[in-house]
Design a protein around this ligand. Sequence first.
Ligand code: OGA
Ligand code: MN
Length: 274
Amino acid sequence: MSVIATKKLGAVGVEVLDVGTDRLLNDPEVPEACMEALEEHGVLLFRGLHADDATQVAFSRRLGEPARFRGYANPEVMEISFDPGNPNAEYFASNDYWHIDGAMDEIPAKASLLSARVTASKGGETEFASTYAAYDTLSDEEKERYADLRVAHTFEAVQRLNYPDPTPKQLAQWAKRPPREHPLVWVHRSGRRSLVFGATASHIVGMPVEEGRALLADVERRATAPDRVLRHSWTEGDMVMWDNRGLVHRACPFDRSEPRRMHRSTLVGDEPIE
Ligand code: OGA
Ligand code: MN
């Protein structure tokens, strides 16, 4: 019998049924069982967990190394909100587009854990789609054609989605983040393959820009077709953990004058995209 009981949620993801904060912190077998379930299912939902920051971070430490963020009271917890006091508020608008956390970093995050503290009265769900499944459903001809493609990821590509007419100051600010090149097909250490795309993907290296963008848009459209997507509607206290190596995710729109607030801890990755 598995250490944790799970129930399938949809296209990806399972709900973990029998783990509360006590087992998260103390059960010696739960961390490994969660990482295995994450590899298999992509998303784990702990409904009504009500983990406070200390609990979320302590659990994150049992799973790996929590990333640190500048500007927050607890550096291992990034607060996701549009509160003007939030140091990253202007960038969170881009969470509305399909993305991989840390796609611009040398090594993207391994996993992210997100707890709902204040939910939106309408909208504000989070959606997930498997990038492993995105690869698996390519035709053989596409698998061959995509095998050697490389994609340029830029911060400007993401930001332009929200700020299509940037000021020179914004452009200069965005340019501080160096562009990153990744293969379209990520061959994981496990041997599995996934597709790497999303809001940071600007164009395909060595291909006319418009042609590359059309290809990337087609990949994204197919990977995130409604029947491939898990949409989680949050209730305060829910915690969701996702495998950032094999999924894209996005926030659904809501009234940004509402105080929706999510607390995220992030596990540092150890697998470069190659
Ligand atoms: C994130 C993110 C989505 C959301 O925290 O990385 O993309 O629904 N959040 O807030
Ligand atoms: Mn994200």
